[in-house]
Design a protein around this ligand. Structure first.
Ligand SMILES: [Zn+2]
Length: 90
């Protein structure tokens, strides 16, 4: 009778594109990122009633897209406010 040891492995799946990377640990793969937007969820009266946080595991490529998009959105928002639009619609 033979015995074969099968090492444990973990699949990390990108929440953006579905890319899969297998590792020997539960640690986030190299160059991947955890995106966390910590926020409350509110009821119709504006009271915080639950955790409305968004959490995503992103591969290196999706992380780059998200990071670039966030920076562009912030720059666009700041530029709109600088033009005098109180709500950024200027
Ligand atoms: Zn991805």
């Amino acid at each position: 009778m033979s015995l074969r040891k099968i090492e444990a492995s973990f699949e990390h799946i990108c929440d953006g594109c579905g890319a899969v990377e297998r590792t020997a640990s539960t640690s986030r793969p190299k160059y991947w990122a955890d995106l966390h937007i910590l926020q409350d969820a509110y009821d119709y009266q504006g009271c915080a009633v639950a955790d409305g946080s968004v959490k995503r595991l992103l591969c290196q490529e999706c992380k780059s897209y998200v990071s670039e998009a966030a920076n562009e959105a912030i720059e666009t928002r700041r530029a709109a406010l600088a033009k005098g639009g109180a709500d950024g619609d200027a």
